[in-house]
Design a protein around this ligand. Structure first.
Ligand SMILES: NC(=O)NCCC[C@H](N)C(=O)O
Length: 410
């Protein structure tokens, strides 16, 4: 077993989790309003106090299992302070707000730079700005004024507690992602500052396999490190096939991955990412949402050895594809809702398939998905159940809410 010597070390989905990145939901959730939920990719409005309590309990459950929990907002503040790049950060953040008026841009910049505590300033950039918060004398632009019923100068970023998506860790590096939506693309700026400037994670200490400036989209919920040899990536509502091809070529050059399996799961809000319908929970066990099994196509991408890749459509059943790729005699697919279409649809919607594996056979799940949880327990898995009544309103579960930084090799 190799020792962990780099700040990012992730060569599987199931190796004992040592260090993980979360974001504690903050005031950005108090800027969700019913008329604009869709634009912000939310389905309902969580009660912040309870969402925070549920999130704290999730973090405690991880700590009780020997996992060090880091927070995105803290790393970003540390990165900005360490490199003394507060103004550069604010300028880049402003450039991505969509605000057009020079006077408003200046007012926002002055407001943020007047905040001495960088951590509080970072939280404010996440929260967004209501129209009632900042007044500018004159100088308003037509483009800022015409959306009169829109209550924000700058949108909140309510999806930040899904740390799984804006970047994804694998081997000793990250893909810093180009997201599907404007609202989530803004989140990747925080990753950029961490991986450019943080004393422990910046300045080239973390490899970079994808960049936020690239033209095609990819999100971390679609990226699953099945083993040190095999990466699975969903072709989904959020991730383009072309991104996977580019990423595969780079990974074959820079890591020991030998296969990238591209799973076509279709473009659908309820199955937005591969990890909402499929996760790995043990050496030979996976959760799966039965609705995707029928139409699922899987391509196997392998290196040709000359910098190009070979792409072949697999013909076999998913069980056999996975068993072969992972060197197992056979694998078990555990169906969300046990195959009952009503339970499966309800529990997938509430992230019953979105398990976070913290060691082989040990998974964190939402307690509410009782049908699926019973089946997981019957399959021999150890379940750590957490409450997600408020957290689930953003459509993400334990895997979505966590980004592994270090896992032990298996
Ligand atoms: N990996 C995941 O499936 N993350 C959940 C993201 C939910 C968020 N509301 C979104 O639509 O992007």
């Amino acid at each position: 077993m190799s020792e962990i010597t780099r700040p990012i070390h992730v060569k599987s989905e199931i190796g004992p989790l040592k260090k993980v990145l979360l974001h504690r939901p903050g005031k950005e959730l108090e800027n969700l309003v019913p008329d604009f939920l869709e634009r912000l990719l939310f389905d309902d409005i969580p009660y912040l106090e309870d969402a925070q309590a549920e999130h704290d309990a999730f973090a405690d459950a991880l700590r009780e299992n020997g996992i060090e929990v880091l927070y995105l907002e803290k790393l970003v503040a540390e990165a900005i302070d360490a490199a003394d790049v507060k103004e550069a950060f604010v300028d880049e953040w402003l450039a991505e707000t969509g605000v057009q008026s020079e006077a408003m841009l200046k007012a926002l910049k002055d407001y943020l730079l007047a905040m001495d505590d960088t951590y509080e300033m970072v939280l404010k950039t996440m929260e967004g700005f209501r129209k009632t918060e900042i007044e500018v004398e004159g100088g308003k632009s037509l483009s800022d004024l015409y959306e009169t019923d829109y209550p924000f100068i700058v949108d909140p970023m309510p999806n930040l507690y899904f740390t799984r998506d804006p970047f994804a860790t694998m081997y000793n590096g990250v893909t810093l992602n180009h997201m599907y939506s404007d609202t989530r693309n803004r989140e990747t700026l925080y990753g950029k500052y961490i991986f450019d400037h943080h004393p422990e994670y910046g300045n080239g200490q973390v490899d970079r396999f994808y960049n936020r400036e690239e033209s095609t989209r990819i999100e971390g919920g679609d990226e699953l490190v099945l083993s040190k040899d095999v990466l699975a990536v969903g072709i989904s509502q959020r991730t383009d096939a072309r991104s996977i091809e580019k990423l595969a070529g780079r990974l074959f050059e820079e890591t020991e991955f030998k296969h990238v399996l591209a799973f076509l799961i279709g473009e659908n809000r309820k199955f937005m990412h591969l990890d909402t319908v499929f996760t790995m929970v043990d050496y030979d066990k996976f959760t799966i949402h039965p609705e995707i099994e029928g139409g699922l196509k899987v391509w196997d991408i392998t290196p040709n050895g000359d910098g190009t890749v070979n792409i072949e459509e697999t013909e076999d059943k998913l069980e056999n594809i996975l068993a072969e790729a992972l060197g197992q005699e056979k694998v078990q697919l555990i169906r969300c809702g046990g195959g009952d279409p009503v339970a499966a649809a309800r529990e997938q919607w509430n992230d019953g398939s979105n398990t976070l594996t913290i060691a082989p056979g040990v998974v964190v799940v939402y307690d509410r998905n009782t049908v699926t949880n019973k089946i997981l327990a019957e399959a021999g898995l150890k379940l750590i159940k957490v409450r997600g009544s408020e957290l689930v309103r953003g459509r993400g579960g334990p895997r979505c809410m966590s980004m592994p930084l270090q896992r032990e090799d298996i």
